[in-house]
Design a protein. Structure first.
Length: 143
């Protein structure tokens, strides 16, 4: 999936759309995506020593998982929202020019709530890993 196809599934837009390309997709099960880190991704964190904030890496992983869930026919047009962030560990500094390989494997889904194991690597080195819980909510545009 290119950026246009991702935007057809996710409601995120710049500057908060944090995945560039989906390389593998098994709806409801697994996604592998890519994000090339830019100076803009690190703006202000830190001047003269740009490092991608951990919260943005976790958000990129969440968006990866959202593609898996929102690609399912029954969830099209809905929102996937954070319900929990567990056991997240940061293992490597990520800088502009690095290519984050993002992976989410959906482990459980019960009704509108599910959990996925996530990890991001740079050049095969683990950058971050964790478990994210999501809730599929109202359709986009609904209050």
């Amino acid at each position: 999936m290119d950026r246009a196809a991702i935007e057809a599934v996710l409601p995120h837009r710049d500057p908060m759309l944090l995945i560039d390309e989906v390389l593998e997709l098994v709806p409801g099960e697994r996604v592998v995506a890519r994000k090339t880190v830019t100076e803009e991704d690190c703006a202000g964190h830190f001047p003269g020593n740009p490092i991608m904030p951990g919260v943005k890496m976790v958000e990129a992983l969440a968006q990866c998982g959202a593609v898996a869930v929102l690609s399912q026919e029954e969830n099209r047009g809905k929102l996937a929202l954070f319900a929990g962030i567990d056991d997240v560990r940061f293992k490597r500094v990520v800088r502009p020019g690095d290519v984050l390989m993002l992976e989410c494997v959906v482990e459980t889904v019960r009704g509108p709530v599910g959990r996925g194991k996530v990890k991001a690597t740079v050049d095969g080195q683990l950058a971050v890993r964790g478990t994210l819980t999501f809730a599929v909510g109202a359709e986009t545009g609904e209050a």
